[in-house]
Ligand binder design. Structure first.
Ligand SMILES: [Zn+2]
Length: 52
């Protein structure tokens, strides 16, 4: 819980519009096959996206 491995305030970028997604946009994180899958809400798209 609360791992801060990457010293970054962003989750990644929106795959739709390319906007940088801030850490507070994070909705949920699933732990699948060995790596976390993260979903966030993009303020620009107003949709749930998968940051990359
Ligand atoms: Zn977007």
């Amino acid at each position: 819980m609360g791992s801060r491995g990457d010293a970054s305030d962003t989750l990644g970028t929106c795959p739709v519009c390319g906007r940088s997604l801030p850490a507070h946009a994070r909705l949920v994180t699933y732990h699948g096959d060995g790596w976390p899958t993260l979903f966030a809400e993009c303020a620009d798209c107003d949709e749930i996206v998968h940051p990359r």
